[in-house]
Design a protein around this ligand. Structure first.
Ligand SMILES: [Zn+2]
Length: 429
């Protein structure tokens, strides 16, 4: 582990107003243990509150292993406003009439271990980056403490102990994989200043507000446990995907994202999620809605270029004659669908990957690609009914299935081996 000594330098000119600041003790960070979670992309004003806050200036958009410079230390409880402009962070303390302008990102730490961001508690550190018109906020937090907060955001600490332990190990493994990826990237191009998003893009996290005793106990029990795969003569973390419910069979990454991901060689049949609320679902899509979604999706994904120019009118004015699944993959999910458009003389067949179609319609409405399409026989307008199963991409662990396995008495290692048959469980710390 690499320890960094943070230089303790006052910027005397900037802080004549705060010359009463106490002598600041030396300070060290174990940076490699902290995960960097982007908790907001675009806040116009950031409000931070905390006890004995310390403020550091970071080198602009630095990789994480460079020195931060302590420039101010507040005592007791103080509340601050932070505003961002291009290449500028402005720190404001209204009661003390203090306004400090910085070029680099601003790092804030509380001696107490908790900070409040927009009245929401976060542990360890907040680093604030200036965007063109807003602030981007990254919570730098101990990986195990990040998991304490994650449990009740992504799953529930009320689930059985074995199920919750499996979920935590998957989440820790996914986070470690993303940390390695982001830091490997930042060595090359210096651009990645966070490891994970706090949304469904990665793992849902909203700080320390949902931590509870059961969550912390389950995290502690699995401390340092990671799903590993052997790749290019090295043990590395698996990209441990998980999803809400698989609908009966898990999926391979190449069928969702078009590329293989190491450690996913097998799909598994899952009899455990059949009582999940989303095991089966229906969605009705009208012709206008399909045309609008496909036309917008083709533009957004840059696929319109592949068609002759005259084709742009097809999606505005032609009739939709048919919509059907044309190919299925080995897990039984739709792989390709075909949209048939026609006018008085011509018929035009447009093949679309089912995964792409799901994104265009919206992943929250069209919950998975495990579906069939039937034409609505009673609709006044042309409508199609999508009859689907499961919720999410289907890769890796089925969360609902893991929950049920836990209730049935399966152990954590059995649950993980069931959904990640190509990975090995190891304790790294
Ligand atoms: Zn399942």
């Amino acid at each position: 582990m690499k320890f960094l000594q943070i230089g303790l330098i006052f910027i005397a000119l900037l802080f004549s107003a705060v010359s009463h600041a106490a002598r600041i003790p030396s300070y060290s960070l174990k940076l490699t243990e902290r995960v960097r979670v982007r908790v907001s992309e675009a806040m116009t004003k950031v409000h931070v509150r905390g006890f004995d806050l310390k403020f550091y200036e970071s080198p602009p958009y630095s990789p994480p292993f460079q020195s931060d410079r302590l420039f101010y230390q507040a005592s007791r409880l103080t509340e601050w406003e932070v505003q961002c402009r291009p290449n500028e962070v402005i720190l404001i303390q209204p009661i003390k009439h203090l306004q400090i302008s910085l070029k680099g990102p601003l790092l804030i730490e509380s001696e107490a271990g908790f900070l409040s961001l927009q009245n929401h508690p976060y542990r360890d550190f907040l680093r604030i980056y200036p965007n063109a018109t807003s602030c981007e906020v990254v919570n730098e937090v101990d990986l195990e403490k990040y998991l304490d907060g994650l449990v009740n955001a992504e799953f529930s600490s009320r689930w059985s102990e074995e199920a919750i332990a499996s979920q935590i190990i998957a989440a820790r493994t996914y986070a470690l994989y993303q940390m390695r990826q982001a830091r490997a990237k930042s060595k090359k191009n210096g651009s990645s200043h966070f490891d994970l998003d706090s949304t469904i893009k990665d793992q849902v996290y909203d700080g320390a507000i949902r931590e509870d005793y059961r969550a912390s106990r389950a995290v502690e029990r699995t401390r340092g446990m990671i799903l590993m795969i052997y790749e290019k003569a090295n043990w590395v973390p698996l990209k441990a995907f998980y999803h809400s419910s698989c609908g009966g069979q898990t999926e391979l990454p190449q069928n969702v994202w078009g590329q293989t991901i190491p450690g996913f060689k097998h799909t598994v049949r899952c009899p455990f999620c059949k009582n999940s609320p989303t095991f089966s679902w229906d969605l009705s899509l009208g012709a206008d809605e399909i045309r609008a979604a496909v036309s917008h999706g083709l533009q957004e994904d840059g696929l319109m270029k592949a068609f002759p120019r005259s084709y742009t009118t097809i999606f505005r004015s032609w009739m939709i004659a048919d919509l059907r699944v044309s190919e299925w993959d080995l897990s039984g999910r739709a792989e390709k669908i075909v949209l048939q458009l026609k006018d008085a003389e011509n018929v035009f067949r447009l093949p679309i990957s089912a995964s792409r179609f799901r994104n265009w319609i919206g992943t929250a409405r069209m919950r998975s690609t495990s579906f069939e399409i039937v034409k609505n026989p009673w609709g006044q307008e042309k409508t199609w009914i999508i009859q689907g199963r499961g919720n999410g991409h289907g890769v890796g662990m089925c969360q609902w299935g893991a929950k049920v396995m836990g209730e049935k008495g399966y152990k954590m290692a059995e649950i993980l081996h069931y959904y990640y048959p190509d990975a090995v469980l190891k304790k790294l710390w």
